[in-house]
Design a protein around this ligand. Structure first.
Ligand code: ARG
Length: 461
């Protein structure tokens, strides 16, 4: 069959054009959304008396048969049909004849592709959100087991203050919670029906867009047709949300890589989620977190690619916009896969608590506690207390000791005002638990944070 739009053409297009022009190789992924959108459109056309009930029923039956053919891998995809929309429509006309030719009444591929793509984005958003919830649950249960597990908190990748491992994990829970909120906020903002805008200016047919919105689960109908067929903000938003969550995953991945090195040895990744070397028999490599970190680059690229495609496009639809889909498919699939494997890698890794604790014993992690002690117990202004503590650290370094084990005698050589009670505040566990302010690292505060996250998850149902 010739192309659906071939009426004004004297010659058929070149094969090279077909290959260059077609989106079918990738947009066939949208077949279910395309068919759902078309059934809703036909149902509305019948309600409005634009099609007869019999025509709409025959269209719906034909479309469901096509869906089955695609799922049974019986459908013949032919690149000369350009995209999934015209592939389905052409097959529908083959199957049911005249009624099939009426389906495209009051519709253009411009609003059709928008509704298909948007349905896909909305559906994937919900799938990603539940995958994030599963990662959060794994992190929360690990956090619960580790609210007293000391580890060095760092800034500049240098030892800073003792924290507990659970508290560290909750930082990632916080990020993932924001990710869920971001995906959901995009979902709600974009849950607006584009179909019914036709090519760009609306249609003279008496359509009922509210009804179609209801059939397809959209909350409302877009206001301006010209914007609607030009708009890909929903695609940009999911790409941005994917990039943001991948950035979070990548930071975590980076820590997993560091922690599994011999130098840190804070964790051991399970054999199930580690790889070996083809030449060095002793190697056990953290390929999973490395790939998580690496894939983030591609996901970021997809976001920038679509921004670049869209900038400078005049209203309304331009074929450039066909470039919107592959990056979104890729980012969505990458994020989904990344969340699933991250969940398993974390669930199966072991925590080397002793190693984490001994890492706290170097780097003078309780130095801030000594400064705070001088402020609280000796009424010394913080700036001066900071200086005195710096001298105590230098003294400890000279003795080859960590500040946390320096004797009171030695500390008094630095400043006479230091009393015997300093010992308690220099202990690493006490130092961690002293940070009991809201959101702090103390075990008590960490448990409170776990409660907050658990209540949040529970309330989501
Ligand atoms: N395959 C096209 C796309 O993905 C569908 C819309 C085509 N519209 C048009 N007027 N050529 O964007």
């Amino acid at each position: 069959m010739s192309k659906l739009w071939s009426g004004r053409f004297a010659k058929s297009g070149a094969k090279l054009l077909d290959e260059f022009n077609a989106s079918l190789p990738f947009d066939k992924k949208l077949y279910a959304e395309d068919i759902k959108g078309s059934i809703a459109h036909a149902t509305m056309l019948a309600k409005q008396g634009i099609l007869t009930d019999a025509e709409a029923a025959s269209i719906a039956k034909g479309l469901l048969q096509i869906k089955q053919e695609i799922e049974d891998e019986q459908f013949v995809f032919d690149i000369s049909h350009e995209d999934i929309h015209m592939s389905v429509e052409t097959r529908l006309i083959d199957l049911i004849g005249e009624a099939g030719k009426k389906l495209h009444t009051a519709r253009s591929r411009n609003d059709q592709v928008a509704v298909d793509f948007k349905q896909y984005v909305q559906k994937q958003t919900l799938i990603i959100v539940s995958a994030i919830e599963e990662v959060i649950e794994v992190l929360l249960s690990l956090a619960k087991e580790n609210t007293t597990t000391l580890m060095p908190g760092m800034t500049h990748l240098q030892h800073a203050q003792p924290i507990n491992f659970g508290f560290h994990l909750l930082a990632y829970v916080s990020m993932l919670k924001r990710d869920i909120e971001r995906f959901e906020s995009s979902y709600h903002r974009n849950n607006v029906l584009p179909l019914g805008c036709a090519a760009l200016a609306g249609t003279p047919h008496n359509i009922d867009r509210e009804y179609v919105a209801k059939l397809l689960g959209f909350d409302s109908v877009s206001v301006n047709c010209l914007d609607t067929v030009s708009d890909r903000d929903f695609a940009l938003e999911i790409l941005f949300n994917c990039s943001t969550i991948m950035m979070h995953i990548s930071r975590f991945a980076e820590e997993l890589i560091l922690w599994s090195s011999y130098e840190f040895k804070f964790i051991t990744l399970s054999d199930e989620y580690s790889t070996g070397s083809s030449i060095m028999p002793q190697k056990k490599n953290p390929d999973v977190p490395e790939l998580l970190r690496g894939k983030t680059g591609r996901v970021n690229g997809n976001l920038i690619a679509l921004f670049t495609v869209l900038k400078g496009l005049p209203l309304a639809y331009n074929k450039d916009m066909q470039e919107d889909k592959e990056g979104v498919f890729d980012s969505v699939e990458t994020v989904y896969m990344s969340l699933n494997i991250l969940k398993e890698a974390v669930r199966t890794m072991s925590i080397n608590k002793d190693r984490m604790k001994s890492a706290c014993e170097v780097g003078h992690l309780s130095a801030t506690d000594l400064a705070d002690y001088l402020v609280q117990k000796c009424d010394i202004p913080f700036r001066e207390a900071h200086f005195i503590t710096g001298r105590a650290v230098a003294h400890a370094e000279q003795l080859g000791l960590d500040l946390s084990v320096l004797s009171v005698d030695e500390l008094q050589k630095v400043d006479q005002r230091i009393g015997n009670d300093v010992v308690e505040c220099l202990s690493l566990l006490n130092s961690m638990n002293a940070r009991n302010s809201q959101g702090g690292t103390s075990t008590k505060s960490t448990c409170k944070q776990i409660e907050i996250f658990e209540a949040w998850i529970k309330a989501r149902g």
